[in-house]
Design a protein around this ligand. Structure first.
Ligand SMILES: O=C(O)C(=O)C[C@H](O)[C@@H](O)CO
Length: 254
């Protein structure tokens, strides 16, 4: 049995844009619905949502039948969480609040088997189809994608060094945290925040890496894509359901 190619990783390496949808409802059913949309990737959020390893695994299982790549965001850079997420079958990770190149190297090491890293070795896990994937351990890193989130001014200042770390594929801007940490709470459109966002993209591009951002307003997403961001989340399951139901009710309350 062969592991399926990580088409998101290939697209990022080739500079091809893939839009994604953010899944925060911690539901295998809604993630399965979203995965059928044709989005290039689906973010399973383990930071700002009531997800846990089993709920993340259930979403990975339902996504197995779709071309869309599952990207799992962990709540931190904790090596033990990285190990568990990789073993249940996550191979594209998003790690929040990455501020230094050293932190990024530590994250890559947690994703990598010895001698290059410290990922714990096991044969019998879901990632390896329970021992059925030929050459899983030797090829695991080649199919992994790492998106590190740049979410404060330290990360922005270190973006070039972070992007240069071997194993980092994407610098992904967290617009909410970045704007908040820059004194413009929840307003990534502020001029100085936009300058920071642009500098992150340029740092990624200069290092031959991809850049990404969450942009649930279409005009923003279109602009970021035009500027060269290639991993752009353009909406969320939660937003689609909340705003869609609001609008539906409002349409009858004219
Ligand atoms: O800082 C941000 O913005 C992000 O990283 C995305 C948010 O955490 C996401 O949960 C918005 O729903």
């Amino acid at each position: 049995m062969q592991e399926r190619r990580n088409t998101l990783k290939a697209a990022m390496a080739a500079g091809r844009a893939h839009i994604g949808i953010w899944c925060s409802l911690a539901s295998a059913l809604t993630t399965e619905i979203v995965a059928g949309s044709g989005a290039g990737w689906v973010l399973i959020d383990g930071e700002h949502s009531p997800n846990h390893l089993r709920s993340i695994m259930a979403q990975l299982q339902v996504m197995g039948g779709f071309d869309s790549e599952a990207v799992v965001r962990l709540p931190s850079d904790d090596a033990n969480l990285i190990k568990q997420a990789l073993d249940i079958g996550a191979r594209s990770l998003m790690i929040p609040n990455v501020r230094t190149a050293e932190q990024a190297r530590t994250i890559v090491a947690a994703m990598t088997y010895a001698p290059g890293g410290v990922r714990g070795f096991s044969v019998g896990h879901r990632a390896n189809a329970f021992g059925r994937i030929t050459g899983y351990h030797a090829n695991a890193r080649a199919q992994q994608l790492l998106a590190v989130q740049i979410e404060d001014e330290t990360g922005v200042a270190n973006a070039a060094e972070i992007a240069a770390v071997d194993g980092v594929d994407v610098l992904f801007v967290g617009p909410g945290d970045l704007s908040t940490n820059m004194g413009a709470m929840g307003n990534p459109g502020a001029a100085h925040v936009q300058e920071a966002i642009s500098s992150v993209r340029k740092a990624a591009t200069s290092a031959g890496k991809a850049s990404g951002i969450l942009a649930p307003v279409k005009a923003d997403a279109d602009r970021y894509l035009a500027d060269g961001f290639t991993m752009v989340a353009v909406g969320s399951d939660l937003g689609l359901l909340a705003r869609g139901s609001d609008a539906l009710v409002a349409s009858f309350n004219q």
